[in-house]
Ligand binder design. Structure first.
Ligand code: NAP
Length: 288
């Protein structure tokens, strides 16, 4: 990156996503200012090279070109309001929240240079200690402008996401929330219930044996249900309608499979598994 395109970038919330962003943005040549709740987190972020400097006061971000809010979903709107009191007009403010409809319009009313964003990359662990470089490469970065969003601010965020190696997608907040319900929020609920159902085995010997035998299949299907509980709860709370819609469709599909099993309708089950054998590839195809 050329020196003249290097920016001063603020990150509020130095957890997993804030930490990963800081590592990559610094490696790209940007200067990164961090804000965390606790001084201890600030010190760790500086020691780990996640930020150039950090502190607990938002005023530290006054001179930034871009501020990225990486705190839990419930804190994003209050954070936009708090930033509005300290930032210079025109500073691009964006967030990384996993839901968008509940945030973007209100945040844009509060700060005209706000652009909603969602880098679709993560890990099951939370916190700064789990941060690592390069997790956004070849992953989608969704940008969700609304009617009032400043096109120049969108362009700047698009450039940053491209520098991170992400593939940029644009859609409305509502389209984002419907799509992520299917591929992110529903899987968390399904996977959590899978683990919970397996844990409910009443025969202790069978339960212990299943825990000893669990291998790659269970590891894959249980991964998102065993992730950050706070994040999973906020996805359900802040994208409730779309999570309910997808979960009810899933419930109906499961009810059909139960009926088919009870009726020994092997052809119907074979057709389902043939359909999903081919259908899965459309969701998990390798990215160029
Ligand atoms: P995380 O690892 O738990 O980090 C959240 C950070 O925010 C923590 O460092 C926490 O500080 C800090 N924080 C909480 N409330 C704060 C406040 N009021 N002021 C300042 N800092 C505050 O969570 P995460 O996984 O990075 O998630 C952060 C955001 O990324 C969420 O909005 C989530 O929807 C989004 N996201 C997550 C993923 C994922 O897979 N994890 C993927 C894409 C987007 P303490 O250390 O003091 O608790």
């Amino acid at each position: 990156m050329q020196k003249e395109t290097a920016m001063n970038i603020g990150i509020v919330g130095l957890g997993l996503i804030g930490g990963c962003l800081g590592l990559d943005l610094r490696a790209l040549g940007h200067t990164v200012y961090g804000v965390a709740r606790r001084q201890e987190t600030c010190d760790q972020a500086v020691t780990r090279g996640v930020v150039d400097q950090a502190g607990t006061e938002l005023a530290r971000l006054k001179g930034c070109d871009v501020v990225i809010i990486c705190t839990p979903i419930a804190t994003i709107l209050p954070m936009v309001a708090a930033l509005a009191a300290v930032l210079s007009p025109g500073t691009l403010v964006t967030d990384v929240g996993s839901v968008k409809s509940a945030l973007v319009t209100e945040a844009t009313q509060c700060w005209p240079a706000f652009v909603g964003g969602h880098p679709m990359s993560g890990k099951s662990e939370a916190g700064l200690a789990a941060a690592e470089p390069g997790i956004f490469q070849q992953r989608p970065y969704v940008i969700t402008p609304v009617e009032k969003t400043d096109p120049e601010a969108v362009k700047t965020l698009e450039q940053l996401a491209t520098q991170l190696g992400s593939q940029v997608y644009h859609c409305t907040p509502a389209e984002h929330d419907s799509a992520v319900a299917w591929i992110s929020h529903l899987p968390v609920m399904v996977s959590a219930n899978l683990i919970s159902a397996a844990m409910s085995e009443p025969n202790i010997e069978v339960l212990q044996l299943s825990q000893q035998l669990a291998s790659s299949g269970f590891r894959d299907t249980s991964r998102v249900g065993g992730g950050n509980p706070e994040l999973g709860l906020m996805m359900a709370q802040y994208n409730r309608d779309e999570v309910l819609r997808s979960l009810k469709q899933y419930q109906s599909a499961i009810a059909t499979t139960i009926e088919q099993l009870e009726g020994k309708e092997w052809d119907a089950i074979a057709r389902l598994l043939q359909k999903t054998h081919h259908g899965r590839i459309q969701f998990v195809k390798e990215r160029q």
